[in-house]
Design a protein around this ligand. Structure first.
Ligand code: ADP
Ligand code: NI
Length: 232
C-alpha cells in the first residue's frame, strides 16, 4: 500500500475518538485543507508527499499532553516513517515541519522553513478559526475545565512561550490571545482569503456573546471594536 494511505490508517487508529479537539477528524480537515492549498500552488515546486505526511502526522503526539515535551511529536513521526522505510530526507523534512508547527504564544511567530511547511501550517491554522475554530476552542476549554468567559480576567496578548504554556485563561480570552491573530499570519494567498471570511464569523460570534452577557466589561468590547475596524 502507498505510504500516504498507510499513514492515514495509522493516524486514524491512534487519534479516533480523542476528546480535546485533536481527533482524527481534525487531522482529516487539515489534510483536506492541505490538498486544497496544494491545488492553488501548482506552479511552485512543492513536495506533495511531504505536505500530505506532515498534515497527517502533525498532531500525532502534542507537547501539551506530553509533559511539555516539544520533541514528542517529531519523535513519534520519525519512528513511524522510519519503520515504513521513507527516504531520510523526507523523514527529516516532515519532522522539521511538525516541530516548527506549534504556535507558542504571541511573541513566537513560528516561521516555517519551507513552502511545504507553510502549507501545512496554514491548513492547521484554518481549522483553528471560523465556525470549527469556535467549536474546537470551547471543546478544548471544556476538556481543560477552563471558564467560558470571565469579565474580570483580561487576555494576555504578546505572551512569551513560557507564559502561553502555563497560563490559566478563559476560552473567550483565547480568541484575543491567538485566534483573532491568525488571519494576518497566513502564508499562502488562498488561506488568507478564507481566513478573512472566518475572521468575520468569529467577530460576529464574539459580538453576540458579549452582548448576551450584559456584563460590566469595557475591555473585551473595546478590543473587539478594534478588530471590527480592521475588518472594514
Ligand atoms: P492545533 O491543533 O491547531 O495545532 P493547538 O494544539 O494549539 O492547535 O490547539 C488545539 C485547539 O484547541 C485549537 O483549536 C485551539 O484554538 C484550541 N485551544 C488551544 N489552547 C486553548 C485555550 N487555552 N483555550 C481554548 N482553546 C484552546
Ligand atoms: Ni492541529
Amino acid at each position: 500500500m502507498d505510504i500516504v494511505k498507510e499513514t492515514e490508517n495509522y493516524v486514524k487508529l491512534k487519534l479516533l475518538g480523542e476528546g480535546s479537539g485533536h481527533d482524527w477528524w481534525h487531522v482529516k480537515r487539515v489534510y483536506d485543507n492541505s490538498l486544497m492549498l496544494l491545488k492553488h500552488d501548482m506552479n511552485q515546486n512543492v513536495n506533495e508527499r511531504v505536505v500530505k505526511l506532515g498534515a497527517l502526522l502533525h498532531d500525532i503526539a502534542d507537547w501539551k499532553f506530553n509533559h511539555g515535551d516539544e520533541k514528542a511529536g517529531p519523535r513519534a513521526a520519525r519512528k513511524w516513517l522510519e519503520s515504513q522505510n521513507v527516504a531520510q530526507d523526507d523523514v527529516n523534512h516532515v519532522c522539521q515541519i511538525i516541530y516548527d508547527l506549534s504556535f507558542k504564544g504571541g511573541k513566537s511567530r513560528s516561521p516555517m522553513k519551507t513552502i511545504e511547511g507553510e502549507i501545512v501550517q496554514d491548513a492547521d491554522r484554518l481549522d483553528a478559526i471560523g465556525a470549527i475554530g469556535i467549536a474546537r476552542a470551547f471543546a478544548y476549554g471544556g476538556y481543560k475545565g477552563q471558564e467560558l468567559y470571565n469579565p474580570l480576567i483580561l487576555p494576555k496578548e504578546n505572551q512569551t512561550v513560557a507564559e502561553y504554556k502555563s497560563q490559566q485563561t478563559t476560552t473567550i480570552n483565547h480568541f484575543f490571545e491567538k485566534l483573532l491573530l491568525l488571519k494576518d499570519r497566513m502564508n499562502t494567498r488562498p488561506a488568507k482569503e478564507i481566513a478573512m471570511k472566518r475572521q468575520r464569523f468569529m467577530i460576529d460570534f464574539l459580538d453576540a456573546f458579549l452582548k448576551e452577557n450584559q456584563a460590566e466589561d469595557s475591555w473585551h468590547a473595546a478590543r473587539l471594536d478594534r478588530y471590527k475596524a480592521m475588518d472594514r
